[in-house]
Design a protein around this ligand. Structure first.
Ligand code: ADP
Length: 591
């Protein structure tokens, strides 16, 4: 856990790299070993087959000899009746030369050699007591005997094959063939092979390495040693164990180290004999190969990682460069944006200032216009008043008081006229009243028509009234709305002065959520002179003293205060028409 804690996130890629760097060569080494060991196993099995079969055929070659000897009449006779040992030895000598065996000899019932192929030699077998040899004992028991041991005369090791010699049912002696296997060992040695054959006790009896002969694979027990001693199997040999160690590699290959050498061992027992044949393959190549391949893969992986790191570094550098360029671009863009924002703020500020200036200028212009108009409207009556007052004073001086009244009457009329102008101005300046209430538009229209009834009559004007039967409720200042209507009727009557059959039309409709008042006449229509500016203050076509041009602009303001629309137009054929649209009262609608 402490180890894991000590690894932080940043070191993980390096740990993974290190694991790959070490793990893959290790894995490759294992695979190589596995493959190589399998190869060796296959090769060594083939060799083992070969050497086993040559050994077996070598022994088989002589296996028939003791049998043949035992079946020979002169041998049986010699053993039974005491024939001529000399002639049997000669026979054996010939047979031995022809067969190519080492020694052929015959043992009597007591275990003493009575005829031998080597009878001429100084150290021959004649007279030897071999009753202790197992192959003699086996043959006396009517069995074929096989035995490997070292000869007791000249100490030559050999393989002994024996066969009982019978006379009827009785075993009267034993025929033996000794086979020397050293030529086989020489062949192995010359072939540069490493193999050995061990007997059932584990004593190496044949070996391609002379130093290993009569050594054991493991220390022998005392009982085994005693048996060997009693049989005089390997006299003069100490039967010391080889310093060997066996380990099993990758689950199947047996690795044997003998001295400083390491071999892969493949061994098997030879059927029909108590022997085990072992083939040893030097292991040097295994380690060379494993190490070579591991190193190669290590170097290759290292190179691959280095190449990857190199390219990644390069890529990162390129990426950083691009990022730096990008960051530079972004900085430039930001700077530009900041400048633009600054510019916009300044422009906005300037615009606001300009707007304020314009508003101010507009106000001043309106004030100027108004002042001019007021001056124009009032100057003339003031001048007239002055003139009338001057003439009144003159009349008083002259004592013509009877003429004073009509003149003063005119002064009074002028005063009225001036009052009218200022009254309208007051109405223009007035803010929307708070006197809002819900009322039926039909009643407001009726009321204003009643007020204008006299004028309609004087002007001989026809009224075309068209209103719904149901009440049309709106919310607003009823008096001011009537003021708008009266202004419309008065304007229409003024415009109809020259019209032969004057008609004024009024209609009231309710469309969706709006009340629509339509006032029209069949007069000359709105003159082009004022058409576009008809709702602006002091715009008039009327003679001096009749109109000041504030009526429609005041009306416009009143309607807008009531959240309505006010529009003027000329009718298709002749005459003007005005549309007043007002929102209906929600209360009554809902109710
Ligand atoms: P004023 O009545 O003092 O002239 P208004 O603002 O009421 O002021 O009217 C402005 C002008 O609109 C009138 O002078 C006139 O030229 C024109 N006008 C208004 N009503 C009509 C109409 N029914 N027919 C033709 N012209 C009209």
């Amino acid at each position: 856990m402490n180890f894991l804690r000590s690894i932080n996130i940043r070191t993980i890629p390096f740990v993974i790299c290190a694991l790959i760097l070490l793990g893959i060569p290790f894995g490759v080494a294992l695979l190589v070993q596995y493959d190589y060991l399998h190869d060796l196993e296959r090769v060594s099995t083939e060799r083992l087959n070969l050497y086993e079969s040559t050994l077996k055929s070598e022994l088989k070659k002589f296996e028939y000899l003791p049998y043949l000897i035992s079946e020979t009449g002169m041998v049986a006779r010699l053993l039974k009746d005491g024939g001529s040992p000399q002639s049997v030895s000669q026979f054996l000598e010939k047979a031995n030369t022809i067969a190519g065996s080492s020694v052929l000899y015959v043992i009597n019932k007591q275990g003493v050699v009575i005829a031998a192929s080597n009878w001429r030699e100084e150290k021959n077998f004649l007279g030897l007591d071999l009753s202790f040899r197992p192959y003699f004992q086996d043959a006396m028991q009517s069995m074929q005997g096989k035995f490997f041991g070292v000869g007791i005369t000249i100490g030559e090791p050999g393989f002994y094959i024996s066969h009982p010699v019978r006379s009827g049912d009785e075993v009267v002696g034993v025929a033996v063939a000794k086979i020397v296997l050293s030529p086989l060992e020489n062949i192995w040695q010359e072939g540069g092979e490493t193999l050995f054959v061990a007997d059932s006790s584990g004593v190496i009896v044949l070996a391609s390495r002379p130093a290993w002969k009569y050594r054991t694979l493991a220390p022998l027990s005392k009982a085994t040693l005693k048996i060997i001693h009693d049989r005089e199997q390997y006299p003069e040999f100490k039967l010391r164990p080889l310093s060997s160690k066996t380990t099993v590699r990758l689950g199947f290959a047996r690795e044997v180290s003998i001295g400083n050498e390491r071999f892969l061992e493949n061994s098997r027992s030879i059927p029909g004999m108590d022997w085990t044949i072992s083939y040893l393959m030097p292991q040097g190549q295994l380690w060379e190969r494993t190490l070579g391949t591991s190193l190669t893969s290590f170097v290759l992986i290292g190179l691959a990682i280095l190449t990857r790191l190199f390219f990644r570094e390069r890529q990162q550098k390129r990426f950083s460069r691009l990022q730096a360029i990008e960051a530079g671009h972004i900085r430039d863009i930001n700077k530009k944006l900041a400048l633009e924002v600054e510019e916009r703020k300044r422009t906005e500020h300037e615009l606001r200032a300009a707007q304020e200036e314009l508003v101010q200028a507009g106000k001043l212009a309106a004030l100027g216009e108004m002042a001019t108009a007021i001056a124009h409207e009032l100057n003339q009556p003031i001048a007239a008043v002055k003139t009338y007052i001057a003439s009144c004073r003159l009349m008083l001086k002259r004592g013509k008081t009877e003429d004073l009244d009509p003149t003063l009457q005119k002064v009074s009329e002028l005063g009225d006229r001036m009052g009218k102008v200022t009254g309208q101005l007051k109405s223009f300046a007035r803010k929307s009243s708070d006197k809002k209430s819900e009322f039926d538009l039909r009643l407001a229209i009726q009321e204003s028509l009643t007020l204008m009834k006299h004028q309609f009559h004087v002007e001989n004007c026809e009224l075309d009234l068209n209103m719904s039967d149901d009440p049309v409720y709106i919310i607003g200042d009823r008096v001011r709305l009537e003021q708008v209507l009266i202004n419309l009727f008065r304007n229409a009557l003024d415009a109809l002065q020259e019209t032969e059959k004057p008609i004024i039309g009024v209609s009231l409709r309710q469309v969706k959520e709006r009340a629509k008042i339509h006032v029209w006449d069949n007069g000359p229509g709105i003159s082009e002179q004022v058409d576009k500016r008809i709702f602006e203050p002091f715009v008039t076509t009327k003679k001096e003293g009749i109109g000041v041009g504030l009526g429609l602009s005041i009306s416009y303001k009143i309607i807008k205060d009531m959240n309505g629309d006010f529009r003027a137009a000329n009718r298709e054929h002749h005459g003007a028409e005005f549309f007043v649209h007002l929102p209906l009262s929600r209360k009554k609608q809902d109710g």
